[in-house]
Design a protein around this ligand. Structure first.
Ligand SMILES: [Zn+2]
Length: 224
């Protein structure tokens, strides 16, 4: 999926439970860092096509970031769990929603790279389940739906919890921005989710995440 969609999902993950601003940043980055391997585009199309969805779209890159998060945070258990989930949600979204046009091959998602899978003669070689047979094009309606849902969540966090990801740039600017949004929506922010709201958010987040990961396993089992 598009980096913006991953950022929206990553931001939601970072706000499912109360965290400090620094921990939110660590968890949020877990949802967007996999796309760093797309920076090859700045050098050449070939570098982009060779390394995007390869270098960081795998479980070992996830483990690497998770170790750094574990070292940097005090709220270790929650941050580590959310970071792993966030990274895997990114992989799941790409496994399903990152194809080019319908008549092209699905884009590879080499989960165990570099242990399993390699470049060979300008092509990636790996087990069949690295290519999701049900993968849809990047500009398909399911991606749009996920993006709209993510944006609705982003707005909800802004008006309820008084923050957006602009807090990583300037707290003052972020507060001012949220104040304008709250005025538009006629709402008042609170410091954290209410008990009922928090429970519902945590439960629905877990259900969606488990469903997404389960869908990946089913799709992988149907590849040939
Ligand atoms: Zn990606």
């Amino acid at each position: 999926m598009a980096p913006g969609t991953h950022a929206l999902i990553g931001w939601w993950t970072a706000n499912v439970v109360p965290l400090t601003r620094r921990d939110r940043l660590l968890v949020f980055l877990g949802g967007v860092l996999p796309d760093l391997d797309g920076l090859g585009l700045l050098f050449s199309d070939e570098a982009y096509l060779t390394y995007h969805h390869v270098l960081f779209h795998n479980v070992f890159a996830c483990l690497g970031w998770t170790v750094l998060v574990a070292l940097a945070t005090k709220d270790r258990l929650r941050c580590v769990v959310l970071c792993v989930l966030n990274w895997h949600l990114h992989l799941a979204c790409d496994y399903f929603g990152s194809r080019g046009p319908w008549d092209t091959q699905p884009w590879v998602l080499p989960y165990f790279y570099p242990l399993i899978g390699r470049q060979e003669g300008g092509k990636f070689v790996g087990p069949p389940w690295y290519w999701n047979p049900w993968q849809w094009p990047l500009d398909s309606w399911p991606n749009l739906l996920v993006t709209l849902g993510g944006f609705a969540g982003w707005l909800y966090i802004a008006v309820r919890l008084n923050r957006t990801w602009f807090e990583f740039v300037s707290l003052r600017m972020d507060a001012e921005f949220c104040r304008v949004l709250q005025k538009w929506f006629g709402t008042r922010a609170t410091a954290t989710w209410s008990d009922r709201e928090g429970k519902l958010i945590r439960k629905s987040y877990l259900i969606v995440t488990i469903a997404a990961l389960f869908a990946c396993v089913i799709a992988a089992a149907h590849s040939s």
